[in-house]
Write a protein that binds this ligand. Structure first.
Ligand code: GDP
Ligand code: MG
Ligand code: ZN
Length: 323
C-alpha cells in the first residue's frame, strides 16, 4: 500500500512539524513582528474575543462569533482546527481554548496534522465497493479516534448499491468490538434518520477515503448545507476544492465536521506502548508478560486468542510505524 503523502484533497490544513513547531502562520507572524518593531508587548489576551472556528479557508479560518456574525481571519502563532474555540485580538486569532479532543494524523513529510478539534465522536465513513472497503484504513481511524480522546463508529454508506457479505461481516466484527455501526445511503436516504438521532448528542467528525460520500452525507443530514468541497475524480481527488474542513449544525442537535477525504491515515504519532489500548480485543490477554506488545514474542497469547487475524495483522503493521 502506498504511503505517498498526498493524503488530503487539499493541503490547506494546519500543520505541526517535527518538534511541535507551529508552521501555520509562521510567515505571517514574522511579517507581523517586523511591523511591530519597537512594541514590546504581545497581544493583550484580556481583550480577546471568543469565537468558534467553523471552516479552514486556505491558511485562514472562518470563525463564528457568539452573536452569530462570521468572519475569515488570519492566525498568529496559533494552530487552529475546526471546532476549536479561538481567541481573537484585533482581528487576528492568537490562541485556542483547551481542547476536549484532538484528531491528528501523521503525514509522510509534513509531521503531525491536526484534522479537527473537540469532536466527541469519529464516524469512519466507508463504501463497500466504490471505493473498496479497506479494513486497514478503518483500523487506523479507530486508533486515531481512541488516541485523540473520542468515541468511534463505522458508517457504511452507499448501501443502495449493494451490501456484499464480506463487508457486512467486517461491520459485524466492528460492532462486536464495541464500535457503533450504521448502514446508510446518503442518496436514497436509508438509515439517515437513525444516524441523525445517534449524532444528535455529539460533535462528530466524518472521516474516510475520498469518494465514500462524506459530503453527500453532510447534505443528507443537514438539508441546505453549503458544502464547499467539489466533486471527486476517479482518483478520489477533489476538484474545485477550496476548503479543508467545515463545521455544520445538525437540525436535530449536534454538530458535524466534514473534512476532505484521505487515502491514507498515518498514526505514527501514537505511542507504541499505548497502541494496544486502542484495539479492544487486545485488552487483558493472558500473555506471559503484562507489558507484552503482542508481536508474537515468547509467551504471547495473541495469535491463539484473537479471533480475527486480520485485526492482529493490522495492529502489528501499525506497531511497526508507531514511535
Ligand atoms: N450510490 C450512491 N452514491 C453516493 C452515495 N453517497 C455519495 N455518493 C456518490 O459518491 C461520490 C462521492 O461523494 P462525495 O460526497 O463527494 O464523497 P467524499 O469525497 O467522501 O466527500 C459522488 O458521486 C456521490 O454522488 C450513496 O449513498 N449512494
Ligand atoms: Mg467531501
Ligand atoms: Zn502478547
Amino acid at each position: 500500500m502506498s504511503r505517498s503523502d498526498e493524503l488530503f484533497d487539499t493541503d490547506a490544513v494546519a500543520v505541526r512539524g517535527p518538534g511541535d513547531r507551529v508552521r501555520q502562520g509562521a510567515r505571517r507572524e514574522r511579517l507581523a513582528s517586523r511591523g511591530q518593531r519597537g512594541q514590546s508587548r504581545g497581544p493583550d489576551i484580556s481583550k480577546a474575543v471568543g469565537a468558534l472556528a467553523v471552516e479552514m479557508v486556505g491558511r485562514r479560518v472562518r470563525v463564528r462569533l457568539d452573536d452569530g456574525r462570521e468572519s475569515i481571519l488570519p492566525t498568529r502563532g496559533a494552530l487552529v482546527g475546526v471546532a476549536d474555540r479561538v481567541q481573537i485580538v484585533d482581528g487576528v486569532i492568537v490562541g485556542t481554548e483547551p481542547r476536549r479532543s484532538t484528531l491528528e494524523r501523521t503525514g509522510e513529510s509534513a509531521g503531525v496534522r491536526l484534522v479537527a478539534s473537540n469532536a466527541t465522536l469519529l464516524a469512519c465513513v466507508c463504501a463497500a465497493t466504490d471505493p473498496p472497503f479497506r479494513p486497514g484504513l478503518v483500523d487506523r481511524m479507530l486508533v486515531a479516534a481512541g488516541a485523540g480522546g473520542m468515541q468511534a463508529m463505522v458508517v457504511l454508506n452507499k448501501c443502495d448499491t449493494g451490501m456484499p457479505d464480506a463487508v457486512l461481516e467486517w461491520m459485524a466484527r466492528y460492532e462486536a468490538l464495541g464500535y457503533g455501526i450504521a448502514l446508510v445511503s446518503a442518496t436514497d436516504g436509508r438509515g439517515i434518520a437513525e444516524l441523525a438521532a445517534r449524532l444528535s448528542e455529539h460533535t462528530t467528525v466524518l472521516v474516510g477515503h475520498s469518494g465514500v460520500g462524506k459530503s453527500t452525507l453532510v447534505r443528507a443530514l443537514v438539508p441546505g448545507a453549503d458544502v464547499r468541497v467539489g466533486d471527486v475524480d476517479a482518483w478520489g481527488r477533489g476538484r474545485h476544492t477550496t476548503t479543508a474542513a467545515q463545521l455544520f449544525s445538525l437540525p436535530g442537535g449536534g454538530q458535524l465536521i466534514d473534512v476532505p477525504g484521505v487515502r491514507e491515515f498515518g498514526v505514527a504519532h501514537v505511542d507504541r506502548h499505548a497502541l494496544r489500548t486502542h484495539f479492544p480485543e487486545l485488552f487483558d490477554l493472558p500473555c506471559k508478560y503484562r507489558d507484552c506488545l503482542h508481536e508474537g514474542e515468547d509467551g504471547c497469547m495473541a495469535d491463539e486468542v484473537v479471533s480475527w487475524p486480520e485485526r492482529l495483522d493490522s495492529y502489528r503493521k501499525l506497531l511497526a510505524e508507531c514511535v
